[in-house]
Write a protein that binds this ligand. Structure first.
Ligand code: NAD
Ligand code: TYD
Length: 339
């Protein structure tokens, strides 16, 4: 079994590469990644010498490069993690989101059609459903919830999802889609809420909470997401969408306070800043389908997962300190300087 994992030098993709190499010692895992600002080759250092692993630095939008890789590797499956992923960046500059998230998906699926594939899996997000109101805790996203994306990021992901389903219907491409809630865990780029707050708290810097801090996200430990994708690519039904989430809703402000407590830092570091444009209020997944069909359930409780994530950050300071001391400083100044 040869699987091309795109975006494997990023947060979830790298965790998936590690998970698959360990669980399936006879699989070949080929990581295709452009190494954008969010991709980090040092993350993959532990597997670089593994004979079952190959890293290829290419853009999923580059048809020739993608075709070449298919000719060399004859993959059985493609799992597409590669995407621009940060909502705030998509508000500043949507263009690259359309390129990588939509056009890149089309290029990968065209190669799948040309060379044949057992499964194309699209790693999508619950953000394609838009948001839910705070005063209706009884509502959850199901696979039937209409697509209603809010940001350039989520609308580009939604566009890709529609294309994936269209390639299934029109060309019979054997596809699956997973729509997961917010992930956290090792190797998450420190522009996202949890690693940003951990890095700032450790440096005694202000903790910038957008708006009133009451927005709700449904948090899932990254390894649980990897397990869900593993189940879907092996046992999921072609043409189907599976929502992935752990009924673990928390307000942003609760998360930031938990991080302060775990690190022994004062809540006086919390600084309310200007809200994100179009800020989605609440995300919450109904995972009944993946539970009933594939037996998936989240295994890591938030209380344990956040402790593990903080511990990882303390033990791997070099990984994220290298990031936050580089180009990231310009990004931070631009996004938070006058907020
Ligand atoms: P990330 O930003 O940490 O990593 C993205 C990776 O994709 C990077 O390694 C980057 O170099 C690579 N990449 C970007 N554009 C590329 C291109 N054109 N060609 C090749 N490689 C490219 O992202 P993540 O948080 O690991 O998310 C991975 C996937 O999971 C994305 O598709 C995202 O939409 C989805 N997702 C993320 C979350 C979350 O909470 N992080 C939740 C649900 C779904
Ligand atoms: P983020 O990690 O960017 O994920 P997403 O927007 O895809 O859900 O943000 C999670 C939540 O945290 C979101 O409601 C925005 C908020 N947030 C802050 O309040 N401050 C920050 O500095 C960041 C990065 C996010």
């Amino acid at each position: 079994m040869t699987i091309i994992v795109t975006g494997g030098a990023g947060f979830i993709g790298s965790n998936f590469v590690f998970y698959m190499l360990e669980k399936y010692p006879d699989y070949r895992i080929v990581c295709l990644d452009k190494l954008t600002y969010a991709g980090n080759l040092s993350t993959l250092a532990p597997v670089m010498e593994n004979p079952n692993f190959r890293f290829v630095k290419e853009d999923i939008c580059d048809r020739e490069a993608v075709d070449r890789l298919f000719e060399e590797e004859h993959p059985d499956m493609v799992v597409n993690f590669a995407a621009e992923t940060h909502v705030d960046r998509s508000i500043e500059d949507p263009d690259v989101f359309l390129q990588s998230n939509i056009m890149g998906t089309a290029v990968l699926m065209d190669a799948c059609r040309k060379y044949g594939i057992k499964r194309y899996h699209q790693v999508s997000t619950d953000e394609v459903y838009g948001d839910l109101p705070l005063d209706r805790p009884d509502l959850f996203f199901t696979e039937e919830t209409p697509i209603h994306a809010s940001s350039p990021y989520s609308s580009a992901k939604a566009g890709a999802d529609l294309l994936v389903l269209a390639y299934h219907r029109t060309f019979g491409l054997p596809v699956t889609i997973s729509r997961c809630s917010n992930n956290y865990g090792p190797y998450q780029f420190p522009e996202k809420l949890i690693p940003l707050m951990i890095a700032n708290a450790l440096a005694d810097k202000p903790l910038p909470v957008y708006g009133d801090g009451l927005n709700v996200r449904d948090w899932l430990y990254v390894e649980d997401h990897c397990k869900a994708i593993d189940l879907i690519i092996h046992k999921g039904r072609e043409g189907e969408v599976y929502n992935v989430g752990g009924h673990n809703e928390k307000q942003n402000i609760e998360i930031v306070k938990i991080i302060c407590k775990e690190l022994g830092k004062p809540e006086s570091l919390i600084a309310y800043v200007g809200d994100r444009k179009g800020h989605d209020r609440r995300y919450a997944i109904d995972p009944a389908k993946i539970h009933e069909e594939l037996g998936w359930l989240p295994e890591t409780k938030f209380e344990d997962g956040i402790k593990k994530t903080i511990q990882w950050s303390l033990e791997n300071r070099e990984w994220w300190e290298t990031i936050v001391s580089g180009e990231y400083q310009n990004y931070y100044e631009k996004m938070y300087g006058n907020r």
